[in-house]
Design a protein around this ligand. Structure first.
Ligand SMILES: *Cc1c(COP(=O)(O)O)cnc(C)c1O
Length: 362
C-alpha cells in the first residue's frame, strides 16, 4: 500500500476513496489557481459558488433527484436533523416512527419534544436484530409522516423493502447507507444523511426534501437556522456553510459518477458484504448478530461466545493492522463497517485474519 494506510473499519468518520484524498491533497495549498485553499475561501466567492453548485448538480445526477426536490447542505451533522425533521414536518403534531435501534430511538426522543410520537412498529423485543414487518402499519389519519432509520449503524440492520406508509410522507435517515445503492427519491418526502459515514468529513448533513413540505408557517420558537425554508431559499448559503465538507463531498460525488454510479456501488457492496457474511455463516467461533434477511451491507456486527474473547479479537485485530473493529458499547462484540470506500481487499484481509484467529483458538 502506497501510503501505509490502515484498513479502517470505523462506523464513522470512516474511510474516503484514496483518489479523492489525493486530489484534495494536490489542491490543498492552491485550489485551481485561486491562490488559496478551499478552507480559506469566502463562501460568497465565485470559485466557491461553483464548488457548491457542482456538488449539488452531481448529487442530483447520481441519485436521479427529481426537480421538485431541494438539496440542502446543513451543519450540525446528523443529530440536528432529529430535531429539524420534527420541527418542520409536524404540522398536526403527530408522527409515526419505526423503532429499529439506537438511531431511531434518538430520533423518537427528540421528536417527542415537539409533538406526539406513535411507535408504529418496533424490533425492541429481539434487541433490534431485525426489521419489523411494515407492510400494514396502523397509521393514524392525521399523522404528518412516517419515519425510519433505513440503516441502523449500530445494530447492523437495513430495509430491503420500504414501509407501506398508506399515502403518508416517508422520512428516512440514510446516514450510514447514503449512496451505497440506487435510491428512488420519489418514494420519499424527505431523505437526510450525516455525511461522515459514507461520503465525507463530519459536521454536515445532506437533506433532500420535496418542495411542498417546505413551510413558511412554522411555530415562532423554531430558530431561523432550523427552518428548511431558510436553507432552501438561500441555496444552503444563508450563513457560512461547512465549505470544506461541501467541497470534499462534491469530490466523492464526482468519483462515484466516474466509477459507475450507484448501481456499481451496490454491486461492489454486495460482493464485499457476501465475503464477510459467508465467512460468519460458516464460522464456529464468530456469529452474525442480525436476522439474515435484514443484514446491512454497510455495518456488520458479530460476536464470539464471550465478552472476553470479543475483547481479545479486537486487540489482536489492532495488532494485525486493522482499526476500529470494536462493537458499539450498547451492543458489544465486534462490528466491521464496510462503506463504499472500503476496498474489497480490506474485507478479504479481515476474513483471512478472522479465519486464522479461529484456527488458532480451537
Ligand atoms: C452517525 C449517525 C447519526 C448521527 O450523526 P452525527 O453527525 O454524529 O450527529 C444519525 N443517524 C445514523 C443512522 C447514524 O449512523
Amino acid at each position: 500500500m502506497k501510503y501505509n494506510r490502515t484498513y479502517n473499519f470505523s462506523a464513522g468518520p470512516a474511510m474516503m476513496p484514496e483518489p479523492v484524498l489525493e486530489e484534495i491533497a494536490a489542491e490543498m495549498l492552491n485550489y485551481r489557481g485561486s491562490g488559496m485553499c478551499v478552507m480559506e475561501m469566502s463562501h460568497r466567492s465565485k470559485v466557491f459558488q461553483q464548488i457548491r453548485d457542482e456538488a449539488e448538480a452531481d448529487l442530483r445526477k447520481l441519485m436521479g433527484i427529481p426537480d421538485n426536490y431541494k438539496v440542502l447542505f446543513i451543519q450540525g451533522g446528523g443529530t440536528v436533523q432529529f430535531a429539524m425533521v420534527a420541527m418542520n414536518l409536524m404540522k398536526n403534531g403527530l408522527a409515526c416512527y419505526v423503532e429499529t435501534g439506537a438511531w431511531s430511538k434518538k430520533a423518537i426522543a427528540e421528536a417527542k419534544k415537539y409533538g406526539e410520537v406513535k411507535i408504529a412498529a418496533s424490533s425492541a423485543d429481539k434487541n433490534f436484530s431485525y426489521i419489523p414487518d411494515c407492510s400494514d402499519l396502523d397509521i393514524p389519519e392525521n399523522a404528518d409522516y412516517v419515519y425510519i432509520c433505513e440503516n441502523e449503524t449500530i445494530n447492523g440492520t437495513t430495509y430491503f423493502t420500504l414501509p407501506n406508509t398508506k399515502g403518508k410522507v416517508l422520512v428516512s435517515d440514510q446516514s450510514s447507507m447514503f449512496l451505497s445503492r440506487p435510491c428512488d427519491v420519489s418514494k420519499y418526502g424527505l431523505i437526510w444523511a450525516g455525511v461522515q459515514k459514507n461520503v465525507g468529513p463530519a459536521g454536515m448533513a445532506v437533506v433532500i426534501i420535496r418542495e411542498d413540505l417546505i413551510r413558511d408557517d412554522l411555530p415562532k420558537f423554531v430558530p431561523t437556522y432550523m427552518s428548511y425554508k431558510t436553507h432552501a431559499d438561500n441555496d444552503s448559503l444563508y450563513n457560512t456553510p461547512n465549505c470544506w465538507a461541501i467541497y470534499c463531498c462534491g469530490k466523492v460525488f464526482k468519483y462515484l459518477l466516474a466509477n459507475g454510479g450507484l448501481e456499481a456501488m451496490n454491486a461492489r457492496n454486495e460482493e464485499k458484504a457476501k465475503i464477510l457474511y459467508d465467512f460468519l455463516d460458516g464460522s464456529r467461533l464468530f456469529t452474525g448478530a442480525v436476522a439474515k434477511e435484514d443484514r446491512s451491507l454497510m455495518n456488520v456486527p458479530f460476536v464470539t461466545p464471550s465478552k472476553e474473547q470479543d475483547a481479545d479479537v479486537v486487540a489482536a485485530s489492532k495488532a494485525a493492522g486493522f482499526d476500529n473493529l470494536k462493537g458499539h458499547k450498547s451492543v458489544g462484540g465486534l462490528r466491521a463497517s464496510i462503506y463504499n470506500a472500503m476496498p474489497k481487499e480490506g474485507v478479504e484481509a479481515l476474513v483471512d485474519f478472522l479465519r486464522k484467529y479461529e484456527a488458532e483458538h480451537p
